[in-house]
Ligand binder design. Sequence first.
Ligand code: DX5
Ligand code: ZN
Length: 219
Amino acid sequence: ERSPIIAPSILAADFSRLGEEVRAIEGAADWVHVDVMDNHFVPNLTIGLPVVTSLRKATTIPFDVHLMINDPQRWAPAYAEAGAYNVTFHAEACEDPVALAKALRAAGSKAGLAIDRDTPVEPYLELLPYLDTILIMTIKAGFGGQSFMPELLGKVRDVRRRADVNDLQIRIEVDGGIAADTIEQAAEAGADAFVAGTAVYGAADPAEAIRKLRALAAG
Ligand code: DX5
Ligand code: ZN
């Protein structure tokens, strides 16, 4: 079993001090999770390419970019070129996930596919060999600070079973409501990468919060 990845989401950070906020988790976080929203795929608007390009220079932590946008075919490779380590796009917004995953790898990043709350994972299980990560939403995408939905962990179990049977090294990531009281059940279901916004940046000591989450996820 691989050690857990903890990916704090800067959606819960202070956007006026983003550079300092990511440096505060250096040495503790594995990835920085960057939520890009376009007010079309989800009813919320966050940041885009210029901020990612600037922030990339402020830290050495790998970026895990989560694109909650329409038309990811058009935009996703630019995030890879901007230095993202992993770029995840939504299944609901993409007609040809395999082609986009290939384009992302060609542009220099890992490729991730995200599955929103109301989307079944079964049709996507055959795509796992083309992906580096699969992100199972444990809320409905769009906003931080929502409550974890344990009923969505069945999708994590389905992916874990398929990945193990086929001996795939894919990372299974969960996003939404991950905190000290929910991370263990997500890990038990088979997740090995954990996004946490509020639970990290809402804590008095973000680095300590990460260490605590990591210990719980490692079991
Ligand atoms: C929401 C985003 C999440 C969000 C999670 O659509 O994808 O990454 O930041 O926030 P918390 O951890 O507060 O649920
Ligand atoms: Zn996210």
